[in-house]
Design a protein around this ligand. Structure first.
Ligand code: NAP
Length: 310
């Protein structure tokens, strides 16, 4: 069994920033990268809105830099993930996918959230080549073009509205004839002249080729089954996110969507000594810079907790 003062689970901007801060505080943290080292940013294209990179930066390169920065201050960054954790008493016990047991005085959960996908083969094929799950991240690449957004909730409506500030036209594809989004959001979408609603529709295929990426979508009417096509260069899937908290169920307080509840503005969870940062506790902002900031908050909370609970 290994012992650490701070176990960080997750390697997005929140996890690595927690690593940088707890490392500099000489807590010798152990950080598990998880199933997707570097997190969601490694599957986006260029990141243009993270302060400090005037020319933008490739998501994978940025996460490499964050990892190196955390390692420079002594964070023990490990490939692999935590398969089991016992938060019922302190010190906590976590087991990784190789069976290594870690005894941790504190834990920072920064496991992020995963975008939900429609599940089409063509969606996977064109991921990063016209298919995205984040309009704020990738919308800019579709300036003056025609795009589609899938979903009928607040996220889809917000993304569709945002995209109309950049794009020529936005098709909002929803499987029913009524939006789930709040009334105010619905009003904004339904009165936006650049948005065309595709009611009772689902994308049955994303069209394109290796050279051009996405060139269109094939729509299927969910009632009649009739097929039609729209020419678009981008498809934004906005059908919700799933926080990566399955391994914590029953051990920590989650909201009804599975996000960890934190005592804002701190990162404290209902379990003393367990802190959370980033998308795993944030259904609203979901931005790298916010997650990085919250990773810093979690690290400072860890330090204070350890000082007060020797
Ligand atoms: P959501 O409310 O769960 O909506 C998901 C949407 O995607 C629904 O319209 C759903 O259709 C559709 N959908 C789900 N699975 C699908 C599939 N396989 N194929 C096609 N469509 C599918 O998710 P969200 O919009 O991300 O919002 C999550 C939470 O964050 C909500 O509580 C929301 O209010 C909140 N939020 C708030 C704001 C804001 O206030 N500014 C912004 C964003 C999010 P059905 O309607 O038919 O189920």
């Amino acid at each position: 069994m290994e012992k650490t003062r701070c176990l960080i689970i997750g390697s997005g901007p929140a996890g690595y920033t927690a690593g940088i801060y707890t490392g500099r505080a000489d807590l010798k943290p152990i950080l598990y990268e998880g199933e997707q080292p570097g997190g969601q940013l490694t599957i986006t294209t260029e990141i243009e809105n993270f302060p400090g990179y005037p020319e933008g930066i490739d998501g994978t390169a940025m996460m490499e830099d964050l990892r190196k920065q955390a390692e420079r201050f002594g964070t023990d960054v490990r490939r692999g993930y935590i398969v089991d954790i016992d938060l019922s008493q302190r010190p906590f016990h976590a087991t990784d996918d190789h069976g290594v047991v870690i005894e941790a005085e504190t834990v920072v959960v920064a496991t992020g959230a995963s975008a939900k996908w429609i599940g089409l083969e063509s969606e996977r094929q064109f991921y990063g080549q016209g298919v995205s799950a984040c309009a704020t991240c990738d919308g800019y690449f579709y300036k003056n073009q025609e795009v589609a957004v899938v979903g009928g909730g607040d996220t889809a409506c917000e993304e569709a509205n945002y995209l109309t500030t950049l794009c020529k036209k936005v098709y909002l594809v929803h499987r029913r004839d009524e939006l789930r989004a709040s009334k105010a959001m619905q009003h904004r979408v339904l009165t936006n002249p650049k948005i065309e609603m595709c009611w009772n529709s689902r994308i049955s295929r994303i069209l394109g080729n290796d050279m051009d990426g996405v060139t269109g979508i094939e729509l299927e009417d969910t009632k009649s089954g009739a097929k039609s096509e729209k020419e678009v260069t981008g498809v934004f899937v906005a059908i919700g996110h799933k926080p990566n908290t399955d391994f914590l169920k029953g051990q920590i307080e989650l909201d009804e969507q599975g996000y960890i509840k934190v005592k804002n503005p701190s990162s404290a969870t209902n379990v003393p000594g367990v802190f959370a940062a980033g998308d795993v506790c944030d259904p609203n902002y979901r931005q790298a810079i916010v997650a990085a900031g919250k990773g810093c908050v979690a690290a400072m909370d860890v330090e204070r907790f350890l000082q007060n609970n020797q």
